[in-house]
Design a protein around this ligand. Structure first.
Ligand SMILES: [Fe+2]
Length: 419
């Protein structure tokens, strides 16, 4: 996700924010500690960034938006980093081309870790004298870093999958547990309010809160499974143009797509899937993952259902607040939905909605630099909701709007249907 947001009043005390600062910064290192320095420089496509770049850029954010403008005595760790680790803030001047981040053999990983330590020490010292405006920016910086934690995982998964020496999983065979039965939850029509609520942190694109009119609808109790998606494939799903949007059909033809990303068809007819711990047999009961908006849209049409609008998803999430797998579970893979009733509204897989990523009525980006975080991306992207197995659990809420271009498949994105 490329998001960022304008700050708003912070709701947490200084001491709990300080604790959260240390916890979030530590988590970024913990999810990367099993990767070699060579792994951490890989960039497998322009949309995905190297782990080392993510570790430096999240630190650059604290240095650029907090320490340099608010602490006159602060000396930058390296003045060149202002340019080097700027992602897309045009008001700060030039920045490297996104697709060339994998060429940054320098600074070394060791130097990036030293940069992290240096900025952390400066910020922790600054905490005591920080006013509310700075605390709001620190909270924003932590949410920004959590977004990049998910990107670290999705990007390294793509890089490791792209390696000629793709690992085989040495894990034990998984038990053949069936997924929970799919049922439909009725939601009555009416006027509902959606958007950020309360005093907790939210990105600017989640507001203003506003009313929407919804017709009665039904929401699927859980995400679609691999087995259900295989039925679509076996019914010629990828060969039937009548099921696809025009752009979607052109995209799958150009890219020769015949299955979700990371799936592999072997000569004996079996399907395998690349997971974070290597290639393993496809588990039919797991939620289907790494599908584009186009694939999800075609699947929905084939099944006789549709995708929810983002407002429907948010209203349903209030009725079905079920939580599944998050980053803290360290599975980095969606898990089988078990039990009765609604499942995995939050966690496991991001759920594509039918809604384009546009501004809510009355949306105003923040003034200045930080206004570049969100608003300028409101074009040619679709909204996803609910978080995934790579999302920190403290980072997701019902009003959270993630967004990606409709052809994107390397995020942990799946399908929840509506009717
Ligand atoms: Fe960023």
């Amino acid at each position: 996700m490329t998001t960022t947001a304008a700050p708003r009043p912070t709701s947490v005390s200084k001491s709990s924010l300080r604790e959260r600062f240390s916890e979030v910064r530590h988590t970024s290192l913990r999810i990367t500690e099993g990767l070699s320095p060579e792994d951490q420089i890989l960039q497998s496509m322009p949309e995905a960034s190297p782990t080392k770049w993510h570790l430096a850029h999240t630190t650059w954010f604290f240095e650029t938006f907090i320490l340099l403008p608010h602490l006159p005595s602060y000396k930058p760790f390296d003045a060149r980093y202002k340019y080097l680790f700027n992602s897309y803030y045009k008001q700060l001047g030039a920045h490297p081309y996104r697709g060339s981040r994998g060429l940054m053999s320098r600074p070394s990983l060791q130097q990036v870790h030293a940069y992290r330590d240096y900025v952390e020490r400066a910020l922790l010292t600054f905490f005591d004298e920080a006013g509310d405006d700075v605390l709001e920016l620190i909270e924003l910086g932590l949410n920004h870093e959590q977004q990049h934690q998910e990107l670290i995982l999705t990007d390294i998964k793509h890089a490791l999958w792209s390696s000629p020496l793709r690992a085989e999983c040495d894990c034990l065979p998984e038990p053949a547990t069936p997924a929970a039965r799919l049922s439909w939850i009725d939601i009555e029509g009416g006027i509902y309010s959606i958007g950020r609520e309360g005093s907790g942190f939210a990105f600017d694109n989640e507001g203003p809160r506003h009313e929407v009119l919804l017709q009665p609808f039904r929401m699927a109790s859980r995400p679609i499974t691999n087995a259900e998606y295989l039925e679509f494939m076996q019914d010629g799903g990828y060969r039937r143009p009548e099921l696809w949007l025009s752009d979607g059909w052109d995209t799958i033809c150009a890219q020769h797509c015949e299955a979700p990303l990371y799936w592999e068809h072997r000569n004996d007819g079996s399907w395998w899937q690349f997971a974070m711990n290597g290639i393993k047999p496809l588990n039919p009961a797991e939620p289907v993952c790494h599908v584009s908006f186009y694939e999800v849209d075609a699947y929905a049409r084939w099944s006789g259902a549709r995708l929810p609008a983002e407002a429907e998803w948010e209203v349903a999430a209030a009725r079905m607040p079920s939580r599944g797998t998050f980053l803290e579970d360290f599975a980095f893979h969606p898990q089988v939905a078990r039990g009765e009733g609604h499942q995995q509204m939050f966690g496991d897989v991001w759920e594509w909605t039918a809604s384009p990523y546009i501004a809510y009525p009355g949306f105003q980006p923040a003034a200045g630099l930080i206004g570049e975080y969100n608003g300028k991306f409101m074009c040619n992207q679709m909204v996803l909701r609910g978080g995934s197995c790579a999302t920190p659990s403290s980072h997701i809420r019902a009003s959270y709007r993630n967004f990606f271009p409709p052809q994107a498949r390397w995020q942990f994105s799946g399908i929840r249907l509506a009717r």
